[in-house]
Design a protein around this ligand. Structure first.
Ligand code: SF4
Ligand code: SF4
Length: 483
């Protein structure tokens, strides 16, 4: 006699409804009363269908339908069937490149204590020190040709400028944008530009250029003065807040063609996400604010330990609840961490790899070497080609084989793996010296945060389904710069 057992899912409640996050399909499934009762019953152990029909107080035909639906959704499985293994499908060879990040400078005019470029976690490589400080125009132009040559049939590609401090090489940024526009038009493609900056070098002229040319801007900033000036200091130790705050206000007032985002690095000493969010969103006027915990070895003073991750999760949950209330009422909130995860949940993203690094996204060092992403740019051991000679497909395929989620046995039974997939390779490199190692030091945090986002998703499903429908599109943007 075939016994039915529970499949692989994460169960959660929101807005007085019960849901499943189905791991094999990465889909969200809303439970009705009979399906809830079936799952509750099987929670005690596998049973034959006849026993389920006998024990539950619903008409047999309706229950059979419910059971069939739960089997179809893979929320139930036959107990004697082999548990599903994580499918091991590699992306098709010649996978198109869609985003290229150019490290136009490896110099910075700030000296942030935690910066991976300057801290102890910098990727140590013999070639790194020998790199040119700034990307030349010839290398940047070759990078544009490389992107357009490797993007396959895609009509829209993204070029992002990064550093060090990007604006130290603004001349090359400008000339490259003009060249890329011309080359994209010849190739029948559209190209989109963005850059990340610490904002210290923003001038009226640069702001005007960025606005006119619709360049997306992300500002690396850590919050109000006392938090910004803890780590984001000049080489002489002087804080940068008073320099950047008026420049950012000016940028937000003038540049209204693209949403301007703040990107915050959280440390154990600057771990007040609520206060940081309010300052950046409400007092400064950023359209959105995103947070990332500092990447560092655990013995640094500013590293976030276990209790720090708990605190961070509690603060993120408060912001996520605010996000829910705003979104349910059709208002913009601006906490980008939750929006990004909701978008992945809505699209049913099930990742074989944690991010696009080495696939649709690559980073270019100042000398034109192509690496997995911008954080590995300049490291010989993470090089997968060069803008002049193209991608070394053998290296890329070997790397994709080694980093596939199916190779991460620690993750094989984790319900959060469709969204996490082991986490950032750079973080793994810093923590474990191995890009293929899952980031097991933050599993509790990842599962806690994913559960929170699922609850927000479920609540919006019930309270404002229209919000979820528009997650496939770009967020509606209205200028909100504080004067
Ligand atoms: S790293 Fe941890 S949270 Fe992420 S998929 Fe693996 S086991 Fe799950
Ligand atoms: S490896 Fe890490 S830093 Fe690089 S793109 Fe992926 S998530 Fe981002």
């Amino acid at each position: 006699m075939s016994l039915l057992a529970l499949g692989e899912f994460h169960r959660f409640s929101a807005a007085e409804s019960d849901f499943l996050y189905l791991v094999p399909s990465a889909a969200v499934f809303q439970l009705d009363e009979p399906s809830r009762a079936v799952l509750d019953l099987l929670g005690a152990g596998p049973l034959p269908v006849a026993a389920i029909l006998e024990q539950l107080p619903y008409p047999a035909d309706a229950l059979r339908e419910t059971i069939a639906e739960l089997i179809g959704a893979r929320a139930l499985r036959y107990a004697n069937a082999q548990p599903e293994s994580v499918p091991r499908e590699l992306p098709p060879s010649g996978f198109p490149l869609s985003t290229l990040v150019l490290n136009v400078s490896n110099q910075c005019n700030l000296s942030c204590a935690y910066c991976y470029e300057y801290g102890e976690d910098k990727i140590v490589d013999t070639a790194f020190g020998a790199q040119p400080k700034f990307m030349s125009q010839a290398t940047a132009d070759a990078a544009v040709d490389f992107l357009l040559g490797q993007c396959g049939p895609q009509k829209l590609v993204h070029l992002t400028f990064f550093g060090g401090e990007t604006l130290l090489n603004f001349r090359v940024v400008k000339t490259t944008i003009a060249y890329a526009r011309q080359r994209a038009e010849q190739a029948g493609k559209r190209i989109d530009f963005s850059l990340t900056t610490n904002a210290t070098l923003l001038s009226e002229e640069i702001i005007e250029y960025l606005a006119e040319n619709e360049v997306g801007v992300t500002i690396s900033i850590d919050g109000p003065r006392e938090m910004q000036d803890q780590f984001r200091v000049y080489h002489n130790g002087v804080g940068s807040y008073d320099v950047i705050a008026p420049k950012i206000r000016s940028l937000l007032q003038r540049h209204r063609s693209r949403p301007i985002g703040a990107r915050v690095t959280l440390t154990s000493q600057t771990l007040d996400a609520g206060r940081i969010f309010r300052h950046l969103r409400e007092e400064i006027g950023f359209w959105e604010v995103g947070f990332a915990p500092v990447t560092t070895s655990p013995n640094r003073l500013y590293a976030i330990g276990e209790s720090g991750f708990d605190r961070m999760l509690a603060q993120f949950r408060e912001l996520a609840d605010e996000f829910l209330e705003c979104s349910a009422a059709g208002r913009h909130h601006g906490f980008s961490n939750v929006r990004d995860t909701l978008e992945e949940i809505h699209k049913g993203v099930s990742k074989a790899y944690p991010c696009g690094a080495g696939l649709g996204l690559m980073g270019v060092s100042t000398d034109g070497d192509v690496a997995l992403c911008h954080r590995f740019a300049g490291s010989d051991s993470h090089k997968i080609g060069s803008v002049g000679n193209g991608i070394d497909r053998q290296v890329q395929v070997r790397w994709l084989e080694q980093h596939h989620i199916a190779e991460k046995t620690d993750c094989s039974r984790c319900w959060a793996r469709p969204l996490c997939s082991g986490g950032c390779y750079h973080e793994a490199h810093v923590r474990y010296g191995d890009t293929a190692h899952p980031n097991l030091h933050y599993c509790e945090w990842i599962r806690g945060w994913t559960d929170t986002c699922l609850r927000i998703y479920g609540a919006l499903w019930v309270r404002n389904p229209k919000f979820l429908e528009q997650l496939d599109q770009e967020p509606e943007y209205e200028t909100s710069a504080a004067s």
